[in-house]
Write a protein that binds this ligand. Sequence first.
Ligand code: HEC
Length: 200
Amino acid sequence: MQTRSILIASGVFLTAAFCTALLPAHAGQAGEGRGERHGEGRDDGDNRWQKGLAIAPVQLNFQDRNKRLVGLGSYIVNGVAGCNDCHTHPNFAPGGDPYLGQPKMINTANYLAGGRVFGPFISRNITPEAPSGLPAGLTLAQFKEVLRVGTDFDNAHPQFGPLLQVMPWPVYQSLTDEDIEAIYAYLSAIPHAEQGPVGP
Ligand code: HEC
């Protein structure tokens, strides 16, 4: 009986060892920078990060950042969540307004620097702040709190209460942790920009 289970156990072990040996040589190799956690260098068929890098309208600063995570963040910010709609004012560069039938050109000079007016509320500058380099001056933990529960860390309008208004955090709160981290990584990688003239 005991010999039998030893035999089975060693059979299982040998099979496992054999399968490991068969794994393609590149599997598990790290891609660019940090980020084995996010599966860099692994072809899992998810190429949204590459599309994200392709559609980023500004030069990105990768430093020691995870390129795949930054790319996914760009995909979400520029291709899905429409952050630009509210946080870049005006949205498009002169001659680049697709609503007028012109070829789309994002207003990169004020990209994500805020300034769109919604009644008593104004969208904020969410580009990296000097000198910390933190997007909107928020740490990752604070940023997560903004997207999950709408905390206004600037307490900009106590007369309306402590929560961000207009900002669709009740939608973004359903994103996965990784997606929010990706947005944050992307916003950390874009250049700082100054708000232009505010307007509706
Ligand atoms: C419908 C318009 C709208 C969209 C879309 C939008 N925002 Fe906002 N956001 C706002 C407004 C307006 C404020 C300020 C709200 C206030 O003062 O109560 C704000 C505030 C914020 C803040 C707080 C900044 C600070 O200094 O505390 C962050 C961070 C933020 N938005 C990030 C984002 C991101 C990231 C996206 C896309 C995933 C996004 N927003 C999409 C309108 C929007």
